[in-house]
Write a protein that binds this ligand. Structure first.
Ligand code: AVI
Length: 315
């Protein structure tokens, strides 16, 4: 099979230090990257299938409808880097349209990366697959040679919305450096829209998003000897129009005390832990962000209802 493996040896996140630091803030917070243990990743896959969660199916619809135009923009015989080899359906749709020479899936989770790289190499035997285990949220290296040109990157799912805007800019800047002059980035970005649709997408009727949020407490109990009672907290998700972002919180139902890694944290009734921001951009605002990071916006594809956008950017 046409697969090789490169290990950048990413440092595992220090969950203890980051959770303790976040819970010590005047406004308690925990970074959203800690959602994704095994159960959290399963719940996230279930979120992507929910009728209320429009981003996944809308982005797949755009890739299916406009794949040929996207391929035209990125160029033929390209070396394609996928940041966070998440959704197999999205990359399969793009690979079928693009037929790159080399495909480099980048992910921090070795097992997930290898499983999906092998599946894709079997499905596309004419593409050279170079799986790279790396943490793309920090400076990282990839198995690239100088003559691996032209280069393109794919960052789907509006994961860029989970970065604070200055971090999103720094991340895009790093991707631009990796691509070099003339390289292209294809990036999925969720659009600002009616608050009703946003509210429904993060407060689904089956309670899967609530379970995804509350699973963070179960993870902390297991990995950091926490004493959280998940039933003593509830999920809250709302749109913050000032910052153009959805916020997710875990709200304490009553005054209580919790131990985490031997430290005591007090909660008043209604006090929350802020667990996620999901920024929603207008096309214009995302263009401004991309330009600050050194990209030139070239094309944007949106669906009829203007729910989601896929941007083609040139470095
Ligand atoms: C992964 N990320 C783009 C999702 C989002 O919509 O911000 C995570 C998510 N949180 C709640 N539902 C989905």
């Amino acid at each position: 099979m046409n697969v090789s493996f490169f290990d950048d040896h990413p440092e595992p996140a220090d969950i203890r230090a980051e959770v303790l630091a976040g819970l010590t803030q005047p406004e308690k917070r925990i970074p959203p990257k800690f959602f994704y243990d095994e159960q959290g990743s399963r719940l996230f896959d279930a979120i992507c299938e929910l009728p209320e969660y429009y981003p996944t199916r809308t982005e797949i619809g755009l890739l299916r409808q406009y794949g040929a135009e996207m391929a035209e923009l990125l160029g033929h015989d390209v070396v394609l880097i996928e940041l966070g080899s998440g959704s197999s359906l999205k990359i399969r749709t793009l690979l079928a349209a693009l037929r790159p020479r080399v495909y480099i899936p980048v992910d921090i989770s070795r097992e997930h990366l290898l499983r999906s790289a092998e599946g894709l190499a079997a499905a596309f035997p004419d593409i050279e697959v170079r799986a790279a285990c790396a943490d793309y949220s920090r400076p990282f290296s990839l198995p690239l040679q100088a003559d691996d040109q032209p280069r393109a990157a794919f960052f789907p799912g509006s994961s860029v919305g989970n970065f604070e805007p200055p971090d999103a800019e720094a991340f895009l800047h790093r991707v631009g450096t990796l691509l070099g002059p003339g390289g292209h980035l294809l990036i999925g970005v969720d659009l600002r829209k009616s608050e009703d649709l946003l509210h429904a997408a993060y407060n689904d009727a089956q309670g899967i998003t609530a379970a995804f949020n509350l699973n963070l407490l179960t993870r902390i109990n297991r990995e950091l000897e926490g004493t959280f009672d998940p039933a003593a907290f509830h999920h809250s998700a709302f749109f913050n129009p000032h910052d153009s972002r959805m916020e997710m919180h875990l709200v304490s139902n009553a005054p209580q005390q919790v131990l985490v890694a031997g430290e005591t944290f007090r909660f008043s009734e209604g006090e929350s832990i802020h667990t996620e921001c999901s920024y929603k951009y207008s096309v214009k605002d995302f263009h401004a962000l991309a330009e600050r990071a050194g990209f030139k916006p070239v094309r944007v594809w949106t669906d009829d209802q203007q729910l989601f956008s896929v941007h083609g950017l040139r470095r």
